[in-house]
Write a protein of this length. Structure first.
Lengths: 572, 364
């Protein structure tokens, strides 16, 4: 067999090159359709004088309206301060947590790692609500207990600082996942070389580990910056009552919540946001231009070694525990507390007598809840798998075939990132409402929206991992006669597994409670969990919302744990 | 437009002459009530005749259609009682999408313009309903139950339902934070410095019903309106809509809140009571059948059920103010309130209200 394969190797190679070209073109077309079509429709919307679903005439009036408003410039500044603060906080926390859990011998690190994924499953809407109950000046649990006893002035979550704090916490799990994936697949021989050349542990970390992690940290910071700029969940809960204007609240207020709603003006603001994000992608690509430098996974074994912290390992555990308390323990306990009360009140002795499980009983009895859970589980499984397969292909062509075309591919896949979820939804609405396919008004438009909008989440860990896989492995497979598809499936995908699963886990946990896109596109027949949570909140049913949040988080933790276990078994 | 005005006159008449007394104690002493009874009798005759011939066909057709899709702003739990009546009666499942009225308007319009028939029935505040009607979203449908409503309140074009219920706006307070005797009694009491920062209301630049409420207060407060609005703006914190107001009130983040009176009943375990403002302002609610309804017969039956006496009675039990004389929600003093129906704002008037109120309320 081996002889036969080798004798066929040369003629087959030619065909293999062609196959990869075709696959590349196919991926490009799919991406272009997914991203450019709604983008074009959004541009069209910003320049048209007719509402969604109608044909209009060209006009620049919406741009005039947006940019003659002096408030637009103030909110730009607010948005930048908010996004930079939140992204910075998330990267600091994510990196700390990732380093402790992946590279040190701090006790309990496996548990920390699992727990660090948990906040990803807590819908930001719920995290923000929880923190307002902890830090609200008048009823915040922390304010009326600890700070009052200590005689300190109350902390106020309804401020720019409060927004940065809550959004930073919401974004930390993503930073953690991206950085941890990079740390995990790092070649330890480089650090060993540094140590053998006389560097101490810290010195080796500074000179070798830090530069190797920089692309992942930049990736995480870029992602989180843009995500904070476009996020609406935290601003909706914190910024609206605080009277602080950021981009997403402005879009919501001036365009979407106006009466009658003005999707054209929404599209205009969204176009501006898109340009900001495109600017960031260009900057990002320039900074990380020489990526070949970071090719650290080679054909040799590459399990990263663990740093022995000695007695400091307990301090490291304490730091990790502290971060996790903010990320998971506090919001989750508040959720559980709210889910067990008939209505919210500040904790006291009397409250214990009123505890009830009726909100959970509601979940069990409600067809609506059961249907939403089924819908979201299906979407999360199918969406995460589809998005990650597409991401692997895009990452391959973007990293391996560095050419003008591959740069276009990567930029294309970053496009949907820049849209506020609500505005992308309007782009998709505009795009699919007229398409003569049974997509709009079905569950398929949600799948398309999910794959499109969150492709960057899958793509970042994939490219970060792909960059580190040395070309030689793939070349040897090709030399041995494997075609492109086979090489991709049997050599690359297994090597990319840490990135693939990191991305899959992120996407699964995002999809299962996705809100800001779904809420515009779903039909009552297939209502996902995200809009349901929002509607429970809108209906002033925080108890039911919290109970559903607790259940969804539990489902996610189980699914993610199973996925990780499956990886663990595969690696052995 | 004149239809609405006549109805409003009727209602004001009703509120001063009939609503002031307890139901049952009045022995036909009120003209409106007598008129109502006559209408009702006529309605029953007409309805029976119509029902005999057409009902069987419609029910069979509705069953073949298999389901009915409803978009509306009525709270999900309140709608559930209508859903139960409907599903028990016809065995056709109901899919209900609930959102704020602005969202309902937005979605129904977008889907209508794209020519897709995805929903059968829309039910929300009269302002958005009239905009939807003007855009041709609805088809003609006059339910047999409409006969039971005063002729003046019926849509002359036979498209929209009569106002079958109303939402009454007042000030609610958290009884753990405010004792009844301390609570404000009048609109002017809201301006007391002790409430500064302790009142929550929806942002009138986001929430259409709140904008309508503020504009309509002009009729109540007269020359005092402008200073009232400006000083109120200094007192309040803003949220998105009426239910988040309740959320903040129940949690104790605020002591007073501008919202619907019905929430006193719908959150009956929470420490809430309401201020008996005189008068209270209210907004009418209407229902209509979509032009491109995919399940038109099931939709017709749903409108019949919702506007039937049984449907409205069930709704009233959830705290809704239904527009059937003599039926009140189980809320204390609900029958004693002097209710004034608000004038609808059209799109231009909303824009003007936003431009006028925005700078006052969003000065920070």
């Amino acid at each position: 067999m081996g002889v036969l394969a080798r004798s066929l190797a040369w003629p087959l190679r030619r065909g293999a090159v062609e196959a990869s070209t075709w696959v590349g073109v196919g991926v490009g077309l799919v991406l272009a359709f997914l991203t450019l079509y709604p983008t074009a429709m959004l541009f069209y919307g910003s320049l048209s004088d007719a509402p969604v679903g109608a044909v209009g005439r060209f006009t620049l009036a919406h741009y005039r309206q947006a940019y003659t408003d002096p408030a637009t410039y103030r909110l730009l500044l607010n948005s930048f301060a908010f996004a930079a603060g939140a992204a910075g906080l998330s990267v600091v926390l994510g990196l700390t947590l990732a380093w402790i859990t992946v590279r040190t011998n701090a006790p309990g690190r496996r548990l920390f790692e699992l727990v660090a994924l948990a906040p990803n499953v807590l819908p930001p809407l719920l995290v923000a609500t929880s923190w307002t109950l902890v830090l609200s000046p008048r009823i915040g649990i922390l304010n009326v207990t600890l700070l009052r006893w200590l005689g300190l002035p109350p902390l106020n979550v309804y401020s720019l600082g409060g927004m940065v704090f809550v959004e930073g916490l919401v974004l930390t799990p993503l930073a953690f996942l991206v950085v941890a994936a990079a740390l995990r697949s790092m070649d330890p021989s480089l650090e060993e070389a540094a140590r053998m050349s006389g560097s101490g542990n810290l010195d080796a970390a500074r000179r070798v580990t830090v530069p190797l992690v920089v692309p992942a940290v930049l990736a995480a910071a870029t992602l989180n910056f843009v995500r904070a700029v476009e996020s609406f969940d935290v601003p909706a809960v914190v910024a609206l009552p605080a009277g602080i204007e950021v981009f997403s609240t402005k879009i919501f207020r001036e365009a979407l919540a106006a009466f009658p709603p003005n999707h054209n003006l929404a599209a205009t603001y969204a176009t501006s946001q898109l340009l900001i994000a495109v600017g960031f992608v260009v900057l990002y690509r320039r900074i990380t231009g020489l990526q070949e430098r970071y090719a650290t996974i080679t054909g040799r074994g590459y399990r990263p070694n663990v740093v022995d912290l000695g007695p400091w390992r307990y301090a490291a555990s304490a730091v990790a525990l502290g971060v996790l308390t903010l990320l998971v323990v506090v919001p989750f306990l508040v959720l559980v507390y709210v889910s067990l009360l008939p209505f919210y009140e500040v904790p006291s002795g009397e409250v214990l007598g009123r505890l009830t499980t009726r909100h959970y009983a509601f979940l069990l009895q409600s067809d609506r809840v059961a249907r939403a859970l089924r819908t979201s589980l299906g979407l999360a499984l199918a969406g995460a798998t589809a998005a990650m397969l597409l991401s692997s292909l895009v990452a391959y062509f973007a990293v391996r075939r560095r050419s003008r075309a591959s740069a276009v591919l990567e930029t294309l896949s970053f496009v949907p990132w820049a849209f506020p979820g609500t505005a992308l939804a309007i782009g998709l609405l505009w795009a699919y409402v007229r398409l003569p396919l049974p997509i709009y008004g079905t569950v398929w438009i949600l799948l398309i929206a999910y794959v499109t909008r969150f492709l960057p989440y899958g793509l970042r860990p994939m490219t970060a991992t792909m960059v580190q896989v040395h070309r030689e492995l793939e070349e040897s497979s090709r030399v041995c006669g494997a075609g492109f598809v086979r090489t991709f499936r049997q050599v690359l995908l297994p090597l990319l597994r840490p990135g693939f699963l990191a991305g899959w886990a992120i996407l699964f946990t995002i999809y299962i409670r996705e809100f800001s896109t779904s809420v515009f596109l779903y039909t009552p027949r297939a209502e996902p969990v995200g809009p349901l949570l929002y509607h429970l909140w809108q209906d002033a049913q925080p108890g039911r919302m919290a109970a559903l949040g607790v259940v969804v988080s539990a489902v996610c933790v189980v699914v993610v744990a199973l996925a990780r276990r499956w990886v663990g078994e595969g690696a052995r | 437009m004149s239809v609405v005005r006549v109805f409003k006159e009727f209602f004001r008449l009703g509120s001063s002459e009939c609503l002031g007394r307890k139901p049952g104690r009045t022995k036909g002493g009120c003209t409106v009530k007598r008129l109502w009874r006559v209408l009702q009798a006529c309605g029953v005759v007409v309805a029976l005749a119509a029902a005999a011939s057409a009902q069987a066909d419609v029910v069979a057709a509705a069953k073949r259609e298999g389901r009915v899709v409803v978009y509306g702003s009525l709270e999900a739990d309140a709608f559930d009682v209508v859903r139960k009546v409907y599903e028990q009666r016809y065995g056709v499942p109901v899919e209900y999408w609930r959102a704020a009225s602005t969202r309902v308007l937005d979605r129904a319009l977008a889907e209508h313009r794209s020519g897709r028939g995805l929903f059968d029935v829309v039910l929300t505040n009269s302002g958005p309903m009239k905009i939807l009607k003007a855009q041709g979203v609805f088809q003609r449908y006059v339910a047999p139950t409409y006969e039971d409503f005063p002729a003046a309140t019926r849509d002359r074009d036979g498209v929209l339902s009569p106002a079958y219920r109303m939402v009454v706006i007042s000030v609610l307070y958290n009884t753990r934070l405010v004792r009844p005797e301390e609570a404000p009694k009048t609109y002017a009491d809201l301006l007391d410095p002790k409430w500064r920062g302790k009142i929550v209301m929806p942002d009138p630049t986001l929430h259409t019903t709140t904008a309508t409420w503020l504009v309509n207060l002009r009729r109540v407060l007269g020359a005092q309106w402008r200073p009232f609005v400006e000083r109120l703006a200094q007192q309040v914190g803003l949220v998105e809509s009426f239910l988040p107001v309740v959320d903040k009130l129940v949690a104790g983040e605020y002591a007073l809140g501008v919202t619907y009176v019905k929430y006193v009943k719908q959150f009956s375990e929470a420490p809430l009571d309401y201020v008996r403002l005189n008068p209270v302002l209210a907004d009418a609610h209407l229902v209509g059948l979509a032009r491109n309804a995919p399940h038109p017969n099931a939709g017709r039956l749903l409108i019949n059920t919702l506007t039937s006496r049984a449907g409205l009675h069930a709704l009233a039990q959830t705290g809704e103010f239904v527009l059937v004389p003599g039926i009140y929600p189980p809320i204390r003093d609900a029958d004693k309130l002097r209710v004034v129906m608000m004038e609808d704002l059209d799109e231009r008037e909303f824009q003007r209200a936003r431009d006028e109120l925005g700078p006052v309320f969003r000065r920070r």
